[in-house]
Ligand binder design. Structure first.
Ligand SMILES: [Zn+2]
Ligand SMILES: [Zn+2]
Length: 346
């Protein structure tokens, strides 16, 4: 509901998308305008990426307090500062990370590793970006490079950050060959990141109709898996690093066979299945399996810079906020190419 004066500062209600129960369609509601507390800012949203994790939340695989405003890839303009905020200003263009702040007192917070804090402040505590406004911890905000538009910036705050962290945690060396399993929301970014760093990249997909897509994104070779991803990758010469965005742990287990000596498999997907590791090749080839999420805040800054430089271009489907329920269905059905984003300006 707009305030009759039309002035944003005097609004008392805002439009927000609420998740009220597991598997209930996200629905538009009017809720009170949020106000920033100490150390927090209020953001007028401009774009919010729609992440695969939203589907896990919607399905109840990742429990969250309900009701909640989802949306953890938000970007917008700071329009209000809470008490004590010093580094940010009204008018700043920012995005908000999943992990915004820690308790400040645990051993991980002391090490500035808030991702490991047992009581982090996230979109689950502060509310997310599927709304006109959101609240964020000032220390959870990252300034956008000038020239980077809202829509391509938004998916960098979870998808791009995660893809960059997966690449970095493998400690890639010059000349190494990198395979990317799954050319979806994260995979299509990881492929471009590896190319931007000058690596030879093998894109791995289960569907032949993604082959041209992968080549257009810069893949040097494409493996369309027939039966066993590891054996088929090995027949193509193997890879030093496999960045896997596949939710199939059977496929990730097989992928270990496709590693060259000293190879690293980075796994990123949320799954209840175990990965099976054959100890003999693991021993003789000295391979490793590395779990990765959003590891180092510098990874986020770097992917934003790559996006601003046009070296990583997310392939986007753009929607309005009131279309979110149907976007969720489309995403759950695997139809999004490659990332959906809500444009709050539309
Ligand atoms: Zn802590
Ligand atoms: Zn996400």
């Amino acid at each position: 509901m707009m305030n009759p004066t039309g002035r944003d500062k005097e609004r008392t209600l805002m439009k927000a998308i609420l998740m009220t129960a597991v598997k209930e369609p996200f629905a538009a509601r009017e809720i009170p305008d949020p106000q920033p507390g100490p150390g927090q800012v209020r953001i007028r949203l401009r774009a919010t990426g729609v992440c695969g994790t939203d589907v896990h939340v919607w399905n109840g695989e990742l429990p969250v307090p309900l009701p909640i405003v989802p949306g953890h890839e938000p970007v917008g303009v700071i329009d209000s500062l809470g008490p004590g905020v010093k580094s940010l200003r009204v008018g700043d263009r920012v995005g908000v990370s999943w992990f915004q702040a820690g308790c400040g007192r645990c051993q991980y917070c002391q090490r500035k590793q808030i991702k490991f804090c047992p009581e982090p402040r996230t979109w689950m505590t502060n509310g997310g970006g599927y709304a006109d406004y959101m609240i964020a911890e000032a220390e959870g905000c990252t300034l956008l490079p000038s020239g980077l538009a809202w829509e391509p910036a938004a998916p960098m705050f979870c998808g791009g950050f995660s893809a960059m962290s997966a690449f970095r945690i493998a400690r890639p060396r010059a000349g190494e060959r990198i395979a990317v399993i799954g050319i979806g929301g994260l995979g299509h970014l990881a492929l471009q990141i590896a190319k931007a760093w000058g690596h030879e990249v093998v894109a791995i997909t289960n569907s032949a109709n993604k082959e041209k897509d992968a080549r257009d994104l810069g893949a040097d070779e494409v493996l369309v898996v027939k039966d066993h991803v590891g054996q088929e990758l090995l027949e193509m010469g193997g890879a030093d690093i496999v960045l896997s965005f596949s939710p199939s742990m059977k496929q990730n287990s097989q992928a270990l066979q496709g590693l060259r000596p000293d190879g690293r498999l980075v796994t990123t997907a949320v799954s209840a299945e175990p990965i099976q590791i054959d100890p003999v090749p693991t021993l003789f080839k000295q391979t490793s399996v590395i779990g990765s999420a959003q590891n180092d805040p510098a990874d986020l800054v770097d992917i934003l810079q790559l996006a601003a430089a046009g070296k990583v271009k997310p392939v986007l489907e753009t929607y309005r906020l009131d279309e979110i329920a149907s976007v969720m269905v489309r995403l759950a059905e695997g139809k999004v190419r490659h990332r959906a984003v809500i444009s709050h300006q539309a």
